[in-house]
Design a protein around this ligand. Structure first.
Ligand SMILES: Nc1ncnc2c1ncn2[C@@H]1O[C@H](COP(=O)(O)OP(=O)(O)O)[C@@H](O)[C@H]1O
Ligand SMILES: [Mg+2]
Length: 163
C-alpha cells in the first residue's frame, strides 16, 4: 500500500456526487486517463447509490457509508482499491442481486444494472453481505498512468526547454 484514505458520509443522495468526486481526486496521483477516471466515478456512484436507496429501510437507522481507498503504485500508474461499506439491511442472495436487470425496486425507475455496471467498469469486483448487518463492495481498477500531460505540465516543460 502506498497511500490511503477513509471517508465516512451520511447515506443520503446528495452525497453521491461528493463521494465519486472524492474518490476521483484521490485517484489522481496515479495519473489516470479520463476514461479510467470516468469508469471509477461511475462504479463509485452505483455503489453509493445502492447504499442510499437499498440499505437503510428504517426511520431510526444511522444512515452512514464508509469509503476506504488505497493505492498500490507501479512504475507507471498502479492499482486503485476501493471499499464501500454500509450498515443496513444487507443482501440475502448475492448471486441473484448481481444478476443483470434484477432489482427489488422495479417501481422506482431502478434498472437493476448497478452491480453489472460496477463489474464491467472495474477490473476486480466482489460483494460481501450479511442480513441485518450491512454490505461491503470491493473493487479494483488498474490505472495505466499514461494520461496525457495537463496544459500546466506542458507549459512547465516548454519553459524548461527554453530556459
Ligand atoms: N447496499 C445494499 N443494501 C441492500 N441491498 C442492496 C444493496 N445494493 C444492492 N442491493 C440489492 O441488489 C439489487 C440489485 O442492485 P443493482 O444491480 O444496483 O440494481 P438496482 O439498484 O437498480 O436495483 C437491488 O435491487 C437491491 O435489492
Ligand atoms: Mg443500483
Amino acid at each position: 500500500m502506498d497511500n490511503y484514505m477513509k471517508l465516512e458520509i451520511a447515506a443520503i443522495s446528495k452525497n453521491e456526487g461528493f463521494a465519486r468526486s472524492a474518490v476521483a481526486a484521490f485517484a489522481l496521483e496515479l495519473n489516470p486517463s479520463l476514461t479510467e477516471l470516468s469508469d471509477v466515478k461511475t462504479a463509485v456512484s452505483e455503489a453509493v447509490t445502492n447504499s442510499v436507496v437499498h440499505a437503510y429501510k428504517h426511520k431510526d437507522d444511522e444512515r452512514k457509508i464508509v469509503i476506504e481507498c488505497h493505492t498500490e503504485r507501479a512504475e507507471s500508474g498502479g492499482v486503485l482499491h476501493i471499499q464501500i461499506t454500509d450498515f443496513g439491511v444487507g443482501i440475502l442472495d448475492i448471486d441473484k442481486a448481481i444478476t443483470p436487470f434484477y432489482t427489488t425496486l422495479a417501481g422506482e425507475e431502478r434498472s437493476g444494472m448497478g452491480f453489472t455496471i460496477m463489474q464491467t467498469f472495474m477490473d476486480e469486483f466482489s460483494v460481501e453481505s450479511e442480513g441485518g448487518k450491512g454490505t461491503v463492495v470491493r473493487m479494483q481498477k488498474r490505472i495505466t498512468g499514461n494520461a496525457a500531460p495537463t496544459y500546466a505540465e506542458c507549459e512547465r516543460e516548454r519553459k524548461e526547454v527554453h530556459a
